[in-house]
Design a protein around this ligand. Structure first.
Ligand code: ADP
Length: 505
C-alpha cells in the first residue's frame, strides 16, 4: 500500500485537508473581501480557468450572470457575512473560456478565516441532472397531452388502486369528472360477473406484472344510461417492483351495436340468399319440367301437321294451305324455344366433364357447326393458331362459340363484307377471348339487357331467334368462374369478351 495515502501518517493536517478536497466531486472555494483565497482542483476543472486567471475573479463577477444579478448577489453575500442569513443556494449557467456552458449549483455559507468572516462556496455541475429533469418534464407534458387528446379514458393507479392520473375523457365516457375518480371503486360499475372478472384480471396484472387480455365491463353513466367499455391494462415497474398499472378504457357500445347490426344483416342476407338459391333451383326445375313436358305434345303436333300436309294438302284451298304452313312455322319456333329452355335449365344442374384442350380446337368445331349461316352470310372468320389451353367442358364451350359466331353472322351489316376476328390474351389465371365483328352493333343501353332471357332489343322482324342464346352463353361462362361483357359502336360492330380458366398443367 502506498504510504503517502494513509491519512493518519500525515504530519501536516493542511496537506491532508488538501488531498481530501482535491479528490471530492465538488468544487470548493473561499472568498474573503470578494477575493479568492482558497480553491480545490475540481473547481479549476469546473470553471475552466487557470489558477492565474482565477486569482483575478471576484465571487460576484464569477457566478452572477448580469450586473443586476451581481448587485443582488452582493446584498445577499453581505447578509451571510454578517450572519443574518445562514446560507444561499443558486443555480446559474456558467460560460467557460472554451465556449461551453454548464449549469452550476452553488451553496454559499459563512466561515471564519482567523477571526475574519469569509464565504465558503461549494459548486456542483448539475447540467446532466437539469437535462434529465427537463426531459422528464417534457415527457410528463407529452403524456398529459396524449391523455387530454385521447377519446379513450386513460388512467394510472398504484398497487392500492390510488389513482395518480385520470384523463378528461372519463367525464365524456362516464359523466363523472376525473376528480371523482378516486381510490374507491367507481360508483358507476355494474356489479356482476363482468366486474368480478375485471377485478381478477387487474389483480393478476398487479401480482404477476404481466399484461392481461383486454376485458369488457358495463357501466351506468351519471345520466343512467348503460355503456360497454373495453379495458386494456398494462402493469408498470418502478425500482424493480410492480408499482401499478396504466389502463385505457374505450367506449365500445356503438361498435358493439354496429357489429350486432352487421351480424343481423348478414344473417338476414344469408337467409335471403338461401331463399334465392332455393327459388332459383325451383325455377330451373320448373323450366326443365315444363319444357320437357311440352316437348312430347310438340313432337306429336309436328308429326300430325306433317301428315296433314302430306295426305290432305290437295283438299285445302290456298288459304287453308297458308294457315297450315303458318301453324308449322309456329310449331318449329315453339320447338326451338323449348329446346333452348331445356338447354338453359341443364347448365349447372348437370355436372359436365372437363377436359384440357386449346380453345381454338373448339372454335373450329363451332365454325363447322354454324357452317350454314356462316356460308350464307359469307362471314370471314380470322383466328390465331392457338387461343390458349383451357380446362372446360367441350360441349359447353362449343355452345358458347356457336352462339357468338352465329350472332356475328346473323347480325352482320349488309353493306359490308362481314368479318369476325377472334383473339386472346392471358390475364392472371384466365384466358380472355375477344370476338370482334364489324356488324350492326348494339346500342349501349342494351349492353346488359341482351343477356337476359327472351331479350332481343336490337333485332329486326326478319331476324330468327329466341333471345336465349346470349343467356346460355353468360350462364356457361359464369358457371365456369369467368366473365362476359361487350364493347360496341352502333353501326360499326361489336366485340364480345369472355374469360375462361387456363388449364392447370
Ligand atoms: P337471339 O339471337 O336468338 O335473338 P341472343 O340472346 O343470342 O338471341 O341475342 C340477343 C340479342 O342481342 C339479339 O336479338 C341481337 O339484337 C343482339 N345481338 C347479339 N349478338 C349481336 C351481334 N354480334 N351484333 C349485333 N347484335 C347482336
Amino acid at each position: 500500500m502506498n504510504a503517502d495515502k494513509k491519512l493518519w501518517e500525515f504530519t501536516d493536517p493542511g496537506k491532508a485537508f488538501r488531498l481530501i478536497n482535491d479528490n471530492l466531486p465538488v468544487g470548493i472555494c473561499a472568498f474573503k473581501d470578494d477575493k479568492i483565497v482558497y480553491y480545490n482542483e475540481p473547481l479549476l476543472k469546473l470553471v475552466g480557468l487557470s489558477p492565474e486567471d482565477l486569482a483575478t475573479q471576484s465571487l460576484t463577477y464569477l457566478f452572477s450572470k448580469t450586473p443586476a444579478g451581481e448587485a443582488i448577489a452582493q446584498k445577499i453575500y453581505s447578509k451571510i457575512l454578517r450572519g443574518d442569513l445562514p446560507n444561499y443556494v443558486w443555480d446559474n449557467p456558467l460560460k467557460r473560456p472554451d465556449g461551453s456552458t454548464i449549469i452550476l449549483r452553488g451553496i454559499v455559507t459563512r466561515i471564519l478565516i482567523g477571526d475574519e468572516p469569509a464565504l465558503l462556496v461549494t459548486l456542483r455541475d448539475i447540467t446532466q441532472q437539469r437535462k434529465a429533469e427537463r426531459l422528464a418534464e417534457e415527457q410528463a407534458a407529452l403524456f398529459r397531452l396524449i391523455g387530454e387528446n385521447s377519446s379513450d379514458f386513460i388512467y394510472v393507479h398504484d398497487q392500492d388502486s390510488n389513482v395518480s392520473y385520470a384523463s378528461p375523457a372519463v367525464e365524456t365516457i362516464t359523466g363523472y369528472p376525473a376528480s371523482e375518480w378516486g381510490s374507491t371503486t367507481p360508483p358507476y360499475l355494474v356489479r356482476g360477473e363482468m366486474t368480478d372478472f375485471a377485478m381478477a384480471a387487474t389483480q393478476k396484472a398487479l401480482q404477476t406484472g404481466e399484461k392481461q387480455p383486454p376485458y369488457c365491463i358495463e357501466i351506468i353513466r351519471k345520466d343512467g344510461s348503460r355503456r360497454m367499455l373495453e379495458v386494456n391494462e398494462t402493469p408498470y415497474s418502478q425500482n424493480g417492483t410492480i408499482a401499478g398499472l396504466v389502463g385505457v378504457a374505450r367506449d365500445i357500445t356503438d361498435r358493439l351495436k354496429a357489429e350486432e347490426q352487421l351480424l343481423e344483416m348478414n344473417r338476414e342476407l344469408a337467409k335471403q340468399n338461401e331463399n334465392l338459391i332455393r327459388a332459383n333451383k325451383e325455377m330451373e326445375a320448373f323450366i326443365y319440367t315444363v319444357s320437357h313436358d311440352l316437348k312430347a305434345p310438340l313432337v306429336t303436333l309436328h308429326g300430325m301437321t306433317d301428315r296433314l300436309q302430306k295426305k290432305y294438302e290437295e283438299l285445302l284451298d290456298e288459304r287453308g294451305q297458308h294457315y297450315l304452313s303458318r301453324i308449322r312455322a309456329n310449331i318449329e319456333r315453339l320447338e326451338e324455344l323449348v329446346l333452348d329452355l331445356l338447354e338453359l335449365s341443364r347448365i349447372g344442374r348437370i355436372e359436365d366433364a372437363r377436359e384440357e384442350f386449346d380453345a381454338v380446337e373448339i372454335l373450329l368445331e363451332s365454325i363447322e357447326q354454324a357452317r350454314e349461316i356462316v356460308t350464307t352470310k359469307n362471314l370471314n372468320i380470322i383466328y390465331p393458331e392457338k387461343l390458349g389451353k383451357t380446362s372446360y367442358s367441350r360441349k359447353r364451350l362449343r355452345q358458347v362459340f356457336v352462339n357468338l359466331v352465329t350472332n356475328a353472322a346473323k347480325y352482320c351489316d349488309d353493306n359490308r363484307e362481314p368479318v369476325l376476328e377472334v383473339s386472346s390474351r392471358v390475364t392472371g389465371n384466365y384466358i380472355e377471348i375477344a370476338l370482334k365483328d364489324n356488324g350492326r352493333g348494339i346500342d349501349e343501353k342494351f349492353h346488359e339487357k341482351i343477356f337476359g332471357a327472351f331479350q332481343r332489343p336490337g333485332s329486326r322482324k326478319e331476324d330468327e331467334g329466341t333471345g336465349i342464346g346470349l343467356t346460355i352463353v353468360k350462364r356457361i361462362v359464369e358457371y365456369n368462374g369467368g366473365k362476359i361483357w361487350l364493347e360496341s359502336d352502333t353501326g360499326k360492330g361489336s366485340t364480345f369478351y369472355i374469360t375462361i380458366p387456363c388449364a392447370e398443367s
